[in-house]
Ligand binder design. Structure first.
Ligand code: IYR
Length: 208
């Protein structure tokens, strides 16, 4: 790619990513599912430790399953907001205005539940290590959020804790651990969009 085109593309990409916001109110309108599948396909091109690709993406459309996930998540969040998080964490969350009620799980037309494969099983059932699983799956999720945003869909990265209920509801095997739930869709008409200020490049970049 000629340098001038690189420079132009990088500036455009940076500007488009600057416009990304995490949102919490979704419209129930359907989205083109092929966009979501392609975004997951993009995420699955992420680099990974020893190229082991230690991820599974469960795309949940079924409204009953979304309701079950919402109910289980809200049960955990109730305990978290009632004190499990601790005062310092609750203070940090106050500006976000979040609480235990999670309508996005049932409003958004799709949920992507990302699992990390903590290990893999050989044909004889022996456990084998995966390497840099947190890093690999974190990079893949970053690429997923980028792909969704650039394709015109809104998303929220949600990490209810603990997340074991997701393995149970979705019937995932013991080597998989939930990493995040990502509701995907269009904004609700009354959606609140965070008026946030990001650190400047000068604050985050050190050049030597
Ligand atoms: N998981 C909780 C609390 C929460 C934690 C962080 I760190 C956030 O950035 C936002 C929320 C919830 O989803 O409400």
């Amino acid at each position: 790619m000629p340098a001038e085109e690189s420079v132009a593309r990088a500036a455009e990409l940076r500007e488009r990513m600057r416009q990304r916001r995490t949102v919490r109110q979704f419209a129930p309108d359907p989205v083109p599912m092929q966009v979501v599948r392609d975004a997951i396909g993009c995420a699955a091109t992420a680099p990974s430790g020893a190229h082991q690709q230690p991820w599974t993406f469960v795309l949940v459309h079924d409204p009953e399953i979304r309701r079950a996930i919402r109910e289980a998540a809200e049960r955990e969040e109730q305990i978290s907001y009632d004190g499990r998080l601790g005062e310092e964490w609750l203070d940090a969350l106050r500006p976000l205005g979040t609480d235990r009620i999670k309508p996005h799980f049932t409003d958004a037309p799709a949920l992507i539940v990302v699992f990390q494969q903590r290990y893999w099983l050989g044909p004889d059932g022996t456990k084998h290590k995966h390497y840099y699983v947190d890093e690999s799956v974190g990079i893949a999720v970053g690429m997923l959020l980028t792909a969704l945003h650039l394709s015109g869909l809104a998303a929220l990265i949600h990490t209810p804790s603990p997340m074991r209920f997701l393995s149970e509801i979705l019937g995932r095997p013991a080597n998989e651990k939930a990493f995040a739930v990502i509701p995907v869709g269009y904004l609700a008409p009354d959606c609140e969009v965070p008026d946030l200020i990001r650190k400047s490049l000068a604050q985050v970049l050190v050049e030597i």
